[in-house]
Design a protein around this ligand. Structure first.
Ligand code: CA
Length: 338
């Protein structure tokens, strides 16, 4: 039995391509007593949309949450980018099943009759201002929902996306791949142009600095809770990948950081508001805060909304990583909940 929290709970709708860091974000949200997961919408990205949907079910089951009638509604979304290009999956990062091929039980889950885009429109219209939208995968579902309701993002209390590359880096500085933008730049273009209450990017510019290390994973292995031990297994698989590409056994928190900054915006220590545009970077696309050399905004009309100035997006630049990691790992490890 738990007592009713004294603060109102933050109601979050999670749009996710449930891979490893998405699963950890869901487990953290589920473990916070001040958060209610109002609905989950699945999208392709780290894996197929079918796997992402199963992974939502498997992850919420570990957290003791049910899906469907009496539980959290889960909707199936896009299977590929909004312009019809084939999807690209990251099996080398998240395993073939999206959750590191751990071999656990991933049964089919009961899903809503509404598609993900329809569900986002429905939730926003029926309870405007009540929910926050957390976007953890390619923005295809959200863009499809904006095509159904151009004012969609004005009906969410805030929208936080794991994506973007922040401001342009100094010349010659290499940047980390921004998969959520690169996977569907056309959808991202629609989202960054849409009117909104508040749109926040938690991009690769800050996610790469929020690192779960081996000591943290050992702590999770020793956790008395199923959530803690499942988190440790997921992180071991993630670290196998980062060992290869970053040369050390670490895991950036990525989606977990975006979830955390939605719920606790006080952990954002520096941000800048301005227009975000899609820019090419080799064969991929990025979303950058567009500034002149003097630091002023670069005004432009988004191609998806001609005649309208690009609205401001809040771009996160610095984070209280210590406070975030202490809470993130504490919740996942089940501190005080054995
Ligand atoms: Ca994700």
């Amino acid at each position: 039995m738990s007592t009713e929290p004294t603060r109102p709970r933050t109601s979050v709708v999670v749009d996710t391509d449930t891979g490893i860091d998405d699963a950890l974000a869901l487990l953290w949200l589920a473990g916070r007593e001040d958060v209610e997961i109002a609905a989950v919408t699945a999208v392709y990205g780290n894996c197929t949309v079918e796997d992402a949907t199963r992974n939502v079910g498997a992850t919420l089951a570990v957290a003791g949450l049910s899906i469907g009638e009496g539980g959290i509604p889960v909707s199936v979304g896009a299977a590929g980018p909004i312009d019809g290009r084939p999807a690209h999956f990251a099996a080398y990062v998240h395993g073939h099943d999206g959750l590191g091929d751990l071999g656990g039980d991933r049964p089919e889950v009961p899903v809503e009759p509404r598609t993900a885009a329809e569900q986002l429109v429905h939730l926003a219209a029926s309870e405007p201002g009540q929910h926050h939208l957390l976007v953890l995968g390619p923005m295809t579902n959200v863009a499809a929902a904006i095509e159904l309701d151009p004012d969609l993002l004005t009906k969410f209390a805030s929208t936080v996306v794991m994506g973007g590359s922040g401001p342009f880096p100094p010349l010659g500085v290499a940047q980390i791949v921004d998969a959520n933008i690169a996977n569907d730049a056309a959808a991202a273009r629609i989202v960054f142009a849409a009117p909104r209450t508040l749109l926040v990017t938690v991009g690769v510019n800050v996610g790469a600095g929020a690192i779960v290390d081996e000591a943290a994973v050992e702590r999770l292995h020793a956790s008395p809770t199923a959530v803690g031990r499942f988190s440790a297994q997921l992180l071991e698989s993630y670290m196998d990948f980062y060992q290869q590409v970053w040369g050390r056994r670490v895991s950036p928190a990525w989606d977990g950081l975006a979830a955390a900054l939605l719920v606790v915006p006080g952990w954002i220590t520096r941000s800048e508001d301005g227009p975000v545009g899609l820019v090419p970077d080799g064969e991929r696309w990025r979303a950058h805060l567009l500034r002149t050399a003097e630091g002023g905004p670069v005004p432009f009309e988004p191609a998806t909304r001609p005649g309208q100035p690009a609205p401001d997006t809040r771009v996160v630049l610095e984070v209280d990583v210590e406070a975030f990691l202490a809470d993130f790992l504490g919740v996942l490890a089940g501190d005080g909940r054995a």
